[in-house]
Design a protein around this ligand. Structure first.
Ligand code: C5P
Length: 235
């Protein structure tokens, strides 16, 4: 698994994905989310892996432990590099996910890294308190989810940049902080509420960044990607 900015391939079909990927002549790290996976099925993962790219399969599983375990066993066979669940599913569910992933990984291959979503980056503190009835500051809820994720033995979490440093402090540098909600300065924030630029993310504890529309909807995606890489890698 490389540590390049992860491009969210939020396209409706394989044709659009291949057209998009054609603009790049390097090995990328891309994210396949539910929109694309549910339209195209597992073959889209194989198609992208065959092109040599690393794949984060972002299906955010959240169900009873046994179901998640079986689903993860199947996903492991796809040879993806990173997968996720919702931490809100609880410790038993996360442990089940890990067991399934280990059971489904072919011998000789390395197991996909498994991370858990804490609070979606589209959620505000007010929404969390009113709709989820979690009467805590958002950072406390995110930290709690990160700690139970670590307890379950997972490799890290999905969180916003604004929580990444606190999670590194509480759970250790090795524990991944994968942060979506990345925007270039002056860009639109769309439906994301907790956004940050790539350089801000790097300086504030992100291990990996996920960038979707700031690249895919840019006038020139290749130039936007290069800008993101430059900011992410800036010393
Ligand atoms: O276009 P944008 O950069 O907002 O895309 C972010 C991507 O990261 C989307 O595919 C979204 O589903 C995903 N994501 C997120 N927040 C999370 C987990 C995943 O935005 N907490």
């Amino acid at each position: 698994m490389n540590n390049k900015p992860i491009i969210a391939l939020d396209f409706p079909n394989e044709k659009d994905v291949l057209q998009f990927l054609n603009q790049f002549d390097e090995k990328l790290f891309v994210k396949i989310g539910m929109e694309l996976y549910l339209q195209e099925g597992p073959s889209i993962v194989a198609a992208v892996k065959d092109l040599g790219h690393d794949v984060f399969l972002d299906l955010k599983l959240h169900d009873i432990p046994n179901t998640v375990k079986s689903a993860m066993k199947g996903l492991a066979r796809l040879g993806v590099d990173l997968v996720n669940v919702h931490a809100a599913g609880g410790i038993d569910m996360m442990e089940g996910a890990l067991e399934g992933l280990e059971a489904g990984t072919q011998s000789g291959s390395s197991r996909a890294r498994l991370i858990a979503v804490t609070q979606l980056t589209s959620t505000t503190e007010e929404q969390m308190q009113q709709q989820q009835k979690i009467q805590l500051p958002l950072i406390e809820s995110v930290l709690h989810y990160a700690k139970i994720t670590k307890q379950a033995g997972l490799d890290g979490v999905v969180c916003s940049v604004h929580e990444a440093a606190a999670i590194a402090e509480a759970c250790g540098e090795e524990f991944l902080r994968v942060t979506p909600g990345i925007r270039l300065a002056g860009g639109e924030s769309h439906d994301q509420k907790r956004v940050a630029t790539p350089d801000y993310a790097r300086k504030n504890g992100s291990s990996l960044i996920v960038v979707g529309r700031a690249i895919t909807k840019a006038e020139n995606p290749l130039i936007a990607y290069k800008k993101v890489v430059e900011l992410w890698e800036e010393k």
